[in-house]
Design a protein around this ligand. Structure first.
Ligand code: C2E
Ligand code: MG
Ligand code: MG
Ligand code: MG
Length: 292
């Protein structure tokens, strides 16, 4: 249709020839993947509270294993897909899958808040807030169990209307997080005006904690303390070492997420992982593995 053709043209306009061909192949295959759903799944990366050292949530991340293309990284397909009309069904799939899983864990007696990632273009049209409310309702999940991550740069590009939609979302009780914080170069004064309650500090600010570069330590320590003073909950992303965990704990960062704790986990591995990590004898008996 005309709209799909427009999206292809806009992808073409910003790509060279071979990129263009790869993008067309990816878009077409991803469209099929969304229709049958069989090659798409979510994986879940634990979020750890640094004060209590307990798992307090997880981020749902999309995975695509195409029968012919193999594993394609979201870092490759999301930037292409989100510029097309496929952005909406992609987020619908993620929302439905995440909430279905959340409800299943809840039925096992485990209350695990989840965050999902959305694209800037999801905020370009009406319907997102209603779709989220409807999905929460359908799966009987409370709004405060869901967090929606939007990148800092996406928030900066957004129109007043998109921001109003984000505000409407926050008003429903769903938490909004600013993802990849620090890469969008917005001012904290601007961030303060956003309807977000969580900032996720980008990995690029966390990595230098493993060096003895004093200036980059000062930068992240300042980001953490200013964000907290502005009332945000602060999460460090991409934490890979025990040393960085210790430094972030000393800097009073609220939460951390990264390979040092866990890689993104397959759905059936999440509850066993949490039980082991939290060392919690009070955990209800684990259900046996079910097909994802
Ligand atoms: P993000 O939302 O900032 O997610 C964090 C990325 O860092 C994930 O990559 C995660 O697997 C990776 N990561 C986590 N801890 C570590 C670590 O300690 N070291 C390293 N090197 N990497 C770590 P992933 O899953 O490949 O996703 C890449 C990006 O794709 C995401 O960045 C997000 O922007 C986008 N994305 C993923 N799933 C979705 C989705 O369902 N919807 C949308 N709109 N975007 C998604
Ligand atoms: Mg994210
Ligand atoms: Mg991020
Ligand atoms: Mg990222």
């Amino acid at each position: 249709d005309a709209q799909a053709k427009d999206s292809l043209i806009s992808v073409y306009a910003t790509s060279n020839d071979s990129e263009y061909r790869r993008n067309i192949v990816l878009l077409s295959a991803f469209g099929t993947a969304l229709e049958d759903g069989a090659s798409l799944r979510l994986v879940y990366q634990p979020r750890i509270d640094l004060g209590s050292r307990r798992c307090v949530g997880a981020e749902a991340l999309l995975r695509w294993n195409d029968p012919t293309l193999g594993d394609v990284s979201p870092a490759e397909f999301i930037p292409i897909v989100e510029r097309t009309t496929l952005a909406k069904p992609t987020t619908a799939f993620v929302l439905d899958t995440a909430l279905r899983q959340l409800a299943a864990w809840q039925a096992c007696g485990v209350s695990l808040p989840l965050s999902i990632n959305i694209s800037a273009t999801n905020l370009d049209e009406d319907g997102l807030v209603a779709a989220i409310a409807a999905a929460l309702d359908a799966h009987n999940v409370a709004p405060d169990m869901l967090e929606v991550e939007v990148t800092e740069s996406a928030m900066m590009e957004n129109s007043a209307q998109s921001l109003a939609r984000l505000e409407a979302l926050a008003a429903t009780g769903v938490r909004v997080a600013i993802d990849d914080f620090g890469t969008g170069h917005s001012s904290l004064a601007y961030l303060q005006t956003l309807p977000a309650s969580v900032v996720k500090i980008d990995k690029s600010f966390v990595d230098p904690l493993d060096t003895d570069d004093a200036r980059s330590r000062t930068v992240i320590a300042t980001m953490i303390s200013l964000s907290k003073k502005l009332g945000f909950r602060v999460v460090a992303e991409g934490v890979e070492t025990v040393g960085a965990v210790d430094t972030l704990t000393r800097m009073a960062c609220d939460e951390a997420q990264g390979y040092v704790f866990a890689r993104p986990l397959e759905a059936q591995d999440v509850l066993p992982w949490i039980a082991r990590f939290n060392g919690d004898d009070q955990m209800p008996p684990l259900p046996h593995r079910e097909a994802a």
